[in-house]
Write a protein that binds this ligand. Structure first.
Ligand SMILES: Nc1ncnc2c1ncn2[C@@H]1O[C@H](COP(=O)(O)OP(=O)(O)OP(=O)(O)O)[C@@H](O)[C@H]1O
Ligand SMILES: [Mg+2]
Length: 384
């Protein structure tokens, strides 16, 4: 297990009586690409600013590489930050922008030259040394900002929505670039974004934040496949949630019924002893077929009527009304190549899926609200 690089213990930040960050416990591992993901106002920037030292916690403890830095000013922390508005020095060349931190430290000219060259190679901007910030594009400016932040070899790099100003295509390119650069330099990145796809593309692990705390922490796949709260289920992709009652179990699977007695199976381990739950299934896990056609043994089956069909190229998105509620279904456009072969509005269909593709979240109105009750790593006590 790699060492912990950044540790937050019961960190709270209040602005007046508003709680921006609510008793967060977090451990970011050495060399990890870690993201804080959540909607506007959930406390991402505040958390990042406390790690960087730009904001002090109202209570709690922050450690960097085992050292308590809670009260250290930013310049005494081995941390650097890249902001959304990357604020390059307009009067300095790209070379001097990148060299800035080294000059301030009094590093020898020959070493500066070689380290700036290395950095510009890393961000794929060799040959841009003599240009001014006004003579490069937004994406290139973001790379320069990254080079400038990395040249001091910080232990941790903090990034607050650094791609926010770029258009979608450039953003996607830069996501792949950022991941490559992070792997190459091996520095711990803590990345703030409200864009779930962006977080999933780059991160080793993600903390999904809501109202000042995180609800779930894990790698992208487990967050997507097994969300444990309604918020996480709906924030990461589309979820179909079916209100159900658990009525029994056999052979590792629990039996549940929807309001109208439609039986649904799910792994018992997911049911967790609750009686009323919401069973989730992702749109791409559902297969559509003719009503009453054969179903693989043990699969769940729900009949419904197509209410909407949208052809999206790669896939077709259906909205199907059923007695369990309205479900979204994605079908890859592999075999059904022509529009005439797609299901259309008013068609009766059968939806089937494997019980193993289910997840379970608390039923509506039963969501725990207590901070720290989300699933993640166990809260740590303050070391003596
Ligand atoms: N300096 C401040 N004074 C008062 N309230 C603040 C201050 N900074 C942040 N807040 C409040 O704290 C909460 C969390 O803000 P924060 O900037 O951390 O959110 P965020 O998750 O980064 O949101 P966004 O995605 O919009 O950037 C918000 O309700 C915000 O209004
Ligand atoms: Mg923010």
């Amino acid at each position: 297990m790699p060492e912990v690089d950044v540790r937050l213990v019961d960190v709270t930040k209040k602005f007046g009586d508003q709680v921006a960050v609510d008793r967060i416990n977090l451990e970011v591992r050495d060399g990890e690409f870690f993201s804080l993901l959540g909607p506007s106002g959930c406390g991402k920037t505040t958390t990042l600013r406390m790690i960087g030292g730009f904001e002090q916690p109202t209570s709690g403890l922050i450690e960097l590489q085992g050292q308590d830095v809670t009260w250290l000013p930013p310049f005494k922390r081995n941390v650097n930050t890249v902001f959304q508005n990357y604020a390059l020095f307009p009067h300095l060349t790209i070379f001097e922008n990148v060299a800035f931190g080294l000059r301030r430290k009094g590093v020898k000219t020959s070493e500066i030259k070689s380290r700036v060259t290395d950095m510009l190679n890393l961000v794929e901007l060799p040959g841009y040394e003599a240009r001014k910030p006004t003579q490069i594009s937004g994406g290139q400016a973001q790379r320069v900002a990254l080079a400038r932040a990395l040249i001091n070899r910080p232990a941790v790099l903090l990034l607050d929505e650094p791609l926010g100003a770029l258009d979608l295509k450039l953003r996607k390119q830069m996501q792949v670039e950022l991941k490559r650069i992070q792997q190459e330099v091996g520095i711990t990145f803590i990345y703030v974004t409200h864009d779930q796809e962006e977080a999933m593309t780059m991160s080793d692990r993600i903390a999904v934040m809501n109202r000042g705390h995180y609800e779930q922490l894990g790698d992208p796949e487990s967050l997507y496949e097994r969300p444990t709260t309604r918020f996480v289920a709906s924030f990461l992709g589309i979820s179909n949630l079916l209100a159900a009652t658990i009525v029994g179990s056999d052979g590792g699977y629990s039996r549940a019924t929807l309001g109208d007695d439609t039986p649904i199976r799910l792994p018992t381990a997911l049911a967790g002893g609750q009686a009323a739950v919401s069973i989730g299934v992702r749109p791409e896990k559902i297969r559509l077929s003719e009503p009453a056609s054969e179903v693989p043994a043990g699969h769940n089956r729900l009949t419904g009527v197509v209410e909407d069909a949208s052809y999206l190229g790669v896939s077709t998105q259906y909205v199907v009304g059923s007695r369990g509620g309205r479900l979204t279904v994605y079908e890859q456009n592999v075999e059904r190549a022509t529009r005439a072969e797609l299901w259309s509005r008013g068609d009766e269909v059968q939806m089937t899926w494997s019980p193993d593709h289910s997840f379970v979240v608390p039923s509506e109105g039963e969501e725990p609200t207590e901070p720290g009750s989300g699933v993640g790593e166990p809260a740590r006590t303050v070391p003596a």
